[in-house]
Design a protein around this ligand. Structure first.
Ligand code: GUN
Length: 281
């Protein structure tokens, strides 16, 4: 039997509708309009698309948004001073610096400059540190958080299961691994130097791929009935291709997320969620 397809768009729409009401309620009861600032440096086409989507999604739920589009040559000091201003701005509750940054800017320095209480991406070492020690009261990075919501919504049991995360990025792989660990999965992280990758992935009850390599996860790398989550967004000839060979894997897996329409819509939804939480803090 073919896998059940996990519809990220449907859950994202449902959650965003609930956020519309939440924003309205906060406006009426507290007189606060949640505010998000998004900073984009340079003109990477994918980043521009993501930032545009974040702006539109914010407007849809009633979040006030400011977008800073800075030229690629912007000096590091200029970016840091904009972050300083946003840290002080009472109307801005969430700050997001779109990654990757141009090579002349120290990404770590930029992230560390954001007030951790406004770090809606959850990338600041304080929030990352909280996550690692199991304190989820800070901000949880949006993509792994969205994946968790997808798993919960499908009623997928995490406790006691073998979870394999392919990819060790700070944005997805590492925070995903800790979120699963804290829900009592047995977690393995794989990466570009992992030997015999398919032997590891075949053990997974929950397999999450976040490497950005088109179709590296094939049908014979998946345990029958497994949950397969595809975080890859690879552009090939104007088409979006996931890390997972969907047509092969859907014949083996129990659940699978499509690309597009799986994880992507949830990432932005969790950004909106985190911005609202930031406004309430
Ligand atoms: N680049 C790719 N994903 C993300 C994300 O979730 N947040 C930011 N700021 N940049 C990204």
């Amino acid at each position: 039997m073919a896998a059940r397809i996990i519809d990220g768009r449907a859950l994202a729409t449902k959650m965003r509708n609930a956020l519309v009401n939440r924003v309205q309620h906060i406006k009426e009861s507290k007189g606060i309009v949640p505010g998000l600032a998004v900073v984009l440096v340079g003109d990477d086409p994918a980043s521009r698309t993501y930032v545009g989507m974040k702006e539109k999604a914010s407007q849809q739920v009633g979040i006030y948004s400011e977008i800073y589009r800075l030229e690629a040559q912007t000096p590091e000091e200029k970016l840091l001073s904009i972050i300083d201003e946003l840290n002080e701005d009472q109307e801005i509750h969430g700050i997001l610096v779109q990654l990757p940054l141009p090579g002349h800017i120290d990404q770590r320095k930029a992230i560390e400059r954001i007030n951790p209480n406004k770090d809606v991406d959850g990338f600041h070492p304080i929030n990352m540190g909280r996550l690692v020690i199991g304190d989820e009261a800070g901000f949880i990075p949006c993509t792994p958080y969205g994946i968790l919501k997808l798993l919960e919504n499908e009623g997928i049991v995490i406790e006691g299961k073998k979870a394999v995360v392919v990819g060790r990025s700070n944005i997805v792989g590492k925070p995903m691994a800790f979120l699963l660990l804290h829900r009592n999965a047995t977690v393995t992280i794989c990466h570009s130097r992992t030997q015999a990758l398919s032997e590891v992935t075949r053990e997974a009850d929950i397999l999450i791929s976040a490497v950005g390599k088109p179709h590296i996860i094939k049908g014979d790398m998946v345990k029958p009935g497994a949950v397969v989550i595809d975080v890859g967004i690879n552009r090939l000839k104007n088409k979006l291709i996931g890390d997972v060979d969907f047509n092969e894997v859907r014949e083996v897996a129990g659940w699978i997320t499509p690309v597009p329409g799986g994880v992507g819509p949830m990432t932005i939804t969790m950004l909106l969620h985190n911005t609202i939480e930031a406004a309430l803090k």
